[in-house]
Design a protein around this ligand. Structure first.
Ligand code: TXA
Ligand code: MG
Length: 310
């Protein structure tokens, strides 16, 4: 067994494994991450191998506090400092100029690097105990569903890690907002629960969306992503015989009622898809949520789950 309750002792042992160059599955408030020592090239390389992830798809570096990025980020602009002050620890990732001491492997050879301070107390404790910044992509295989509970970790991931820390269900449930601050106005590369409304009062945001941007602007955003094994279809309404997620009272045995608010929906989404996926249906049907700005991050994940992403 490699799954441990996050006692002080288990966190110490996980930190020691990370310092030795091993991988650890850690909870964050968004999704579970596959953590490695960001300063250890072999460990970073192994992260890509284990996930089956292309080398040009950049990783996010996690710190417990701003000072952990001293040798990760070349410079925090005034806007970056304001945003970090306002939203960290929390589900916001900032793309900033990469420090020359950080291996280019971490960010797929880009001159930039993505950083965030996760709010989950276990992630905070693990980073502090390790004493190093940690790379942590979502702890799933490439293009699969991100785990939001320790039970979602696949056998391949469990086989690859020294241990997994059980931090319970993730409070946010979808990945962090990724904000490109390498130029102004700033640009949201991946929508998350912190949307343009919240961020826009701290920094000028480009009206341009990821789908208008040149392909290379955010490597790692694929049309098919965050997808269960079962094919997904987005529909106006579910028929009685269609398994999936509906806003209406469930009619069939494999219909699950979705929370009516975007935060509740985001929290439940991957967990519900994991459950529906296990039911072995031929297709999953997801009732489309309202076309409103507060549903943007959910829409992004739904389109990608259906392979219709930008
Ligand atoms: O919520 C999260 O962010 C989770 C938890 C574990 O912290 N992590 C996560 O990492 O979602 P990952 O590796 O699954 O997604 C990282 C994505 C990349 O695919 C890319 O789209 C974007 O972040 N990204 C990372 N570095 C970038 C960079 N330098 N420039 C542009 N986009 C970047
Ligand atoms: Mg991911």
């Amino acid at each position: 067994m490699k799954v441990y309750a996050p006692t002080a002792e288990a966190i110490e042992r996980a930190a020691a494994a990370l310092r030795e160059g091993e991988l650890v599955a850690m909870p964050t408030e968004t999704v579970y991450g596959l953590a490695a020592d960001a300063t250890n090239e072999a460990a970073v390389r192994r992260t890509f191998e284990v996930k089956g992830r292309p080398a040009e798809n950049p990783l996010i570096v996690h710190g417990a506090a701003l000072a952990d990025f001293d040798e990760v980020v070349a410079e925090f602009s005034p806007e970056a400092l304001r945003l970090a002050e306002a939203f960290w620890p929390g589900p916001l990732t900032l793309v900033l100029p990469r420090h020359p001491l950080l291996s280019p492997l971490v960010s797929g050879g880009l001159a930039s690097v993505a950083v965030r301070c996760p709010a989950h107390p276990v992630a905070q404790a693990l980073i502090r105990a390790t004493g190093r910044p940690l790379t942590a992509p979502s702890a799933n295989l490439f293009q699969g569903l991100s785990p939001t509970r320790v039970e979602h970790l696949s056998p391949e991931i469990l086989a690859a890690v020294a241990c997994a820390l059980d931090g319970g269900p993730c409070a946010v449930g979808i990945e962090s907002t990724v904000l490109d601050l390498t130029r102004l106005p700033a640009r949201i590369l991946r929508p998350g629960v912190l949307g343009s409304e919240a961020l826009g009062s701290w920094v000028e945001l480009s009206a341009e969306t990821q789908s208008d941007a040149p392909r290379h602007a955010s490597p790692g955003q694929y049309a098919r992503h965050y997808a269960p094994r079962t094919p997904v279809r987005l529909v106006k309404r579910l028929r009685r015989d269609q398994p999936g997620l509906t806003f209406e009272p469930p009619q069939g045995p494999h219909q699950i009622q979705a929370p009516p608010d975007p935060e509740g929906y985001a929290r439940a989404l991957y967990e519900t898809l994991f459950r529906l996926d296990a039911a072995g249906a031929e297709s999953l049907y997801l009732q489309m949520p309202p076309e409103r700005p507060e549903w943007e991050a959910v829409w992004d994940r739904l389109r990608r789950a259906a392979g219709e992403g930008a």
